[in-house]
Structures are given as structure tokens and as C-alpha cells.
Design a protein around this ligand. Structure first.
Ligand SMILES: [Cu+2]
Length: 229
């Protein structure tokens, strides 16, 4: 491989890495992830508009054809007014969408998630309605809000299912609550999003969203014994 090919590979491989839809925030499958994708596109549009403005100003400056009389329009109108308007809209949108993602006390299904180097233990309702503890696989009904109550046993980890929502830290001695929903039955990939030691890269998990009209799936393949209190 020649140096030109190496440079091309170095440029494209990270870009292609983003094409894995299972871990893409731009392939949302739940309301929280959809809000994040909306914000992503809005920020892309806003930053593109500001970049276009800066380039336009640059061209005008190079041509040096901006007469003094247009200084007020260019600097105060476009440079400050336009940029501030775009940033204000983006700030307002992010606050509004961020607020919508918060867990509310509305009786949603609660799931326990406990992170430890380097895996996840989930406790969710099993086929007979009793809590079942599983390792690295979480079972939830599709189309229903659920709250993941997150804690960690050793160091700080971070729970992230890109197609369902944003990241939430799992912290020792402190429970964080993360509101999520899967729109449809399916399997969604999750990972730890906070470097937590040598095994961090393999700290993956799976969310299985099942049809609530059908039976709760058999969890025995991933079932683990409850740890002693
Ligand atoms: Cu980690």
C-alpha cells in the first residue's frame, strides 16, 4: 500500500465506521434517540449556515469591496445578529429536547442495571412476572417507556444504546435513572461509553425489545444467579 493509499484509508476507515447502523445515533428506534438525531441535524444545519456566512464574509474581505457603509450590516447584522440567532435557536431546542428525555414519576417499568468491570447485570420482569437477573442482555417490552436504574460496583461506567437514547453514567453508590423506549420489537446494541479499564472495549450488551402482545421471551440463556445482598 503506497502512502497515498494509506492516507486515503486513514481518512475513509473512520468515516465508514460510522456506517454501522446498529451503533448509529442517526438510526433512531425510540423517542429519546429521535430527539437526539433531530438535535444533531439541527446543529449540522446551524453550523453549516454559520460556516457559509463566515466564508461569504471572507470572500467579501478578500475582494475588499465592502464599503464602510455596509460595516453595520455585515458585522452587527450578519456577524453578530445572525450567529446569535442561530445559536439561541439551537440552545433553546437542546434545552427543550433535553427536558423531554428526563424520567418522570409516571409508573413506567423499572429495570435495574448494575455495571462492573467488565459487564452488565440487568434485573427485569421474567416470563412469570418475577424478577430475573441476566448478564449482558436486557429484555424490555417494545412500545413502552422503561426506566433503567443505573449503578456501578467499582468505577464509573456509562450505559449507552445509541438507537434508543443518550448516554447515562453508572456511578458507585449513586443511582441514575435513564428513561428509554424501543418503538418496535428488535435487538439493539449497547456499550459502555466511559473508559473503565482494560476490558472496556468489550463491555458490550444487547437490548431485546419483545412484542408486548406476545409471551415474554425465555431468558435462561443469559440468566445469572442473584448476587447475595
Ligand atoms: Cu467502560
Amino acid at each position: 500500500m503506497g502512502p497515498r493509499h494509506k492516507a486515503w484509508a486513514a481518512l475513509t476507515v473512520p468515516l465508514l465506521g460510522g456506517c454501522d447502523r446498529a451503533l448509529s445515533t442517526l438510526a433512531p428506534a425510540g423517542p429519546a434517540a429521535r430527539d437526539i438525531a433531530t438535535l444533531w441535524w439541527a446543529m449540522l444545519a446551524g453550523s453549516a449556515a454559520i460556516t457559509a456566512l463566515v466564508l461569504t464574509l471572507l470572500v467579501a474581505a478578500v475582494r475588499n469591496n465592502g464599503a464602510r457603509r455596509s460595516e453595520r450590516v455585515w458585522i452587527w447584522g450578519w456577524g453578530l445578529g445572525f450567529s446569535m440567532a442561530v445559536l439561541t435557536v439551537l440552545l433553546g431546542l437542546s434545552l427543550w429536547l433535553g427536558e423531554r428525555m428526563l424520567a418522570r414519576p409516571d409508573g413506567a417499568l423499572r429495570i435495574e442495571a448494575r455495571a462492573a468491570q467488565w459487564g452488565w447485570r440487568f434485573v427485569q420482569p421474567g416470563p412469570d412476572g418475577q424478577p430475573v437477573a441476566t448478564r449482558d442482555t436486557l429484555y424490555v417490552p417494545a412500545g413502552r417507556d422503561f426506566d433503567v436504574v443505573l449503578e456501578a460496583e467499582d468505577v464509573i461506567h456509562s450505559f449507552w444504546v445509541p438507537q434508543l437514547g443518550g448516554k447515562m453514567d453508572a456511578i458507585p453508590g449513586h443511582a441514575n435513572i435513564h428513561r428509554l423506549r424501543a418503538d418496535r420489537p428488535g435487538t439493539f446494541e449497547g456499550l459502555c461509553a466511559e473508559f473503565c479499564g482494560l476490558g472496556h472495549g468489550a463491555m458490550r450488551f444487547t437490548v431485546v425489545a419483545y412484542d408486548p402482545a406476545g409471551p415474554v421471551p425465555d431468558m435462561s440463556d443469559h440468566q445469572i444467579a442473584e448476587p447475595r445482598p
